[in-house]
Design a protein around this ligand. Structure first.
Ligand SMILES: Cc1cc2nc3c(=O)[nH]c(=O)nc-3n(C[C@H](O)[C@H](O)[C@H](O)COP(=O)(O)O)c2cc1C
Length: 165
């Protein structure tokens, strides 16, 4: 049974994915987690929608459900250290949120001021699939401060997008 699981994880690691920090704040407090599982869902709704998949044991998961809002902050290629902090890979002697610049848009959740782009979302829908929640967010505002390149993760390493031509 574990064989297909291991094959699945190895196969998925071949994908090149963009890296995001999902943040939330509200009555459940401030939480953030690094994710690669993000997708646009639909631009043609009252609020455009996107989805993120987060493990059910992540403290961010329960907080998003209680706070009913989250932001998706797309990291730049020079921000892999931020990905590591929010993935719990570095020491957390201080808050994950310290030493970074944050501001708020409409929902009041933390927006990373120098992310490549940030989506401010109200929680629209939640589905639990096995170990993970799929959070669908309705995007109410977008912060697009810089023109840099996205941070990419593939084969368990960070990199940056490079055009072919
Ligand atoms: C590049 C990268 C991508 C990740 N993508 C996801 C993801 O899509 N969903 C998820 O639940 N965890 C993902 N993780 C793992 C979480 O960031 C990690 O488990 C984190 O420690 C959870 O934090 P918490 O348990 O303190 O909330 C990813 C980690 C890295 C480094």
């Amino acid at each position: 049974m574990d064989e297909i699981r291991d094959q699945f994880i190895k196969a998925m690691s071949a994908a090149g994915t963009t890296v995001y920090v999902v943040t939330t704040d509200g009555t459940a407090g401030q939480h953030g987690v690094t994710v690669s599982a993000m997708s646009s869902v639909s631009a043609d709704m009252d609020d455009p929608t996107l989805l993120v998949c987060i493990h059910h044991l992540s403290s961010a998961a329960d907080a998003i459900m209680e706070n009913k809002a989250f932001a998706v902050n797309m990291l730049r290629s020079d921000q892999s250290h931020i990905s590591d902090v929010f993935a719990g890979r570095l020491s957390e002697a201080e808050s994950k949120f310290s030493h970074l610049n944050w501001h708020k848009l409409k929902t009041g959740v933390p927006i990373l001021s120098d992310a490549l782009v940030s989506f401010d979302c109200n929680l629209y829908q939640v589905e639990r699939v096995g170990t993970h929640y799929i959070f669908i967010g309705g995007v109410v505002s977008i912060h697009h401060p810089s023109e840099g390149d996205a941070l990419v993760y593939s084969k368990r390493s960070y990199g940056r997008f490079q055009g072919i031509a």
